[in-house]
Write a new protein. Structure first.
Length: 413
């Protein structure tokens, strides 16, 4: 499986450049696989995301009726804090030391932003801290030892047996999918680096004042790099010298095998954004309609509760081979839908309305194909089921804001 992954992704390139259209200005990162864009991140130049940042926050009020507290992390930035999911808060200062309650108004505690603000919803914070690396994630959940479910049984067992003696119970650790076949000395170096970051945050947290930023999350482009399996990048290119230096520092420390693939693009006569047609790639990814080579098309419509993907037959020739045509369109739609979910960073519940097919065998083959394509996505995605109406349900974990939300955010900077 690993050899197949490396072969398939031997032409995987990461491109980072500036994007500007009218008042919209930002940094655009694009991951290409076999010359086709599969991931896009658009971030403001002057206002970085809060996601992943760790602060000393203050409980402003409790709302037990909804099982939540509201925690301020600075500059009147209020965040949602689930009491059910955070039963062991990292309290640094108690308003009423004598109380036996888990939390009271005025308590100060260490929290990490685990969900960005979305429309009218405030950001969400948690006391379950996580420090992600390329191969491992160190967490504040003491004694936890987890391994990615995407790994084979044998590899999961190997990683558990190797990591167990190095976990002293003062922290938790999760082996990511990238840890497959990683050398033990590489894993140990990253484990020690992440564990030290965790210790530093705790040490500062119990000695600093409220609203202190204890740890800033790496930029989104470094998040992309961490998700990419080792030795599968063919190139990393940027035309920004500051970003080039940031990437060089990160690669030298955490991903030395890819340091030689980093390049600073300096050709002023033909901008990097034009070389990779990134303006068109971005605009296509923001459109509702996606055309398929078969003549069919997708209509992708996000709603408040879920995202609907409607598969349309478009221009096809009616006749005896009609069901065969539907199968071909649905097959192409399954492959393209998996790519679009990743490209647009769509999360939550997704409903795909495929064209009706009479054959149960074809429906089963379509589900297997879709599952296969979703497995290429580094973000956790769960394929649920197909109804009798050919409606397919799946869920995709929230990682960053959707591309549409990132696009709108550029206007607010």
């Amino acid at each position: 499986m690993a050899d197949e992954e490396r072969s398939r992704q031997e032409n995987r390139k990461l491109v980072i450049t500036h994007y500007e259209e009218g008042e919209k200005k930002g940094i655009l990162s694009a991951l290409f696989e076999d010359d086709k864009a599969v991931e896009l991140i658009l971030e403001p130049e002057e206002r970085p995301s809060l996601l992943g940042n760790i602060y000393i926050g203050k409980v402003k009020n409790l709302a037990p009726q909804i099982g939540a507290a509201f925690v301020e992390i600075g500059e009147k930035q209020m965040c949602y804090y689930s009491l059910q999911e955070n039963q062991k808060p990292l309290i640094t200062s108690r308003r009423h030391p004598e109380t036996k309650k888990t939390l009271v108004e005025g308590d100060e505690l260490i929290v990490q932003v685990n969900r960005e603000a979305v429309k009218t919803k405030a950001p969400s914070v948690t006391s379950n801290l996580s420090f992600p690396g390329k191969y491992l994630v160190v967490t504040s959940e003491k004694g936890l030892l987890g391994v990615s479910s995407r790994l084979s049984g044998g590899e999961r067992q190997r990683l558990r047996e190797f990591l167990a003696p190095h976990c002293d119970g003062s922290f938790g650790v999760i082996a990511r999918t990238n840890a497959a076949e990683a050398e033990e000395d590489v894993l140990l170096r990253e484990l020690e680096r992440l564990r030290e970051s965790y210790r530093e945050v705790l040490q500062k947290g119990y000695s600093r004042t409220c609203f202190t930023l204890l740890s800033r999350e790496d930029s989104p482009v470094l998040t992309i790099l961490r998700r990419i399996p080792a030795n599968t990048l063919s190139g990393i290119v940027t035309d920004d010298e500051r970003i080039f230096k940031e990437l060089r520092g990160y690669l030298a420390k955490a991903q030395p095998e890819d340091l030689g693939k980093l390049r600073l693009y300096e050709d002023k006569s033909f901008p990097l954004i034009k070389l990779y047609s990134l303006e068109k790639v971005l605009q296509d990814a923001l459109r509702e309609r996606v055309w398929l080579n078969s003549g069919g098309y997708l209509v992708i419509q996000p709603t408040e509760a879920l995202t609907v993907v409607d598969v349309n037959s478009g221009k096809f020739e009616k006749g005896k081979k009609r069901q065969n045509t539907f199968w071909k369109i649905n097959r192409e739609a399954a492959i393209e839908t998996a790519r679009q979910l990743r490209l647009r960073n769509i999360s939550g519940i997704v409903i795909i309305d495929f064209i009706d097919m009479e054959s149960q065998t074809d429906r089963e083959a379509l589900m297997e194909l879709l599952a296969q394509e979703l497995r290429k996505d580094p973000v956790k995605t769960a394929l649920v089921d197909m109804t009798k109406l050919n409606l397919v349900e799946l869920t995709r974990k929230k990682a960053l804001k959707s591309l549409a939300e990132q696009w709108r955010a550029l206007s607010e900077t």
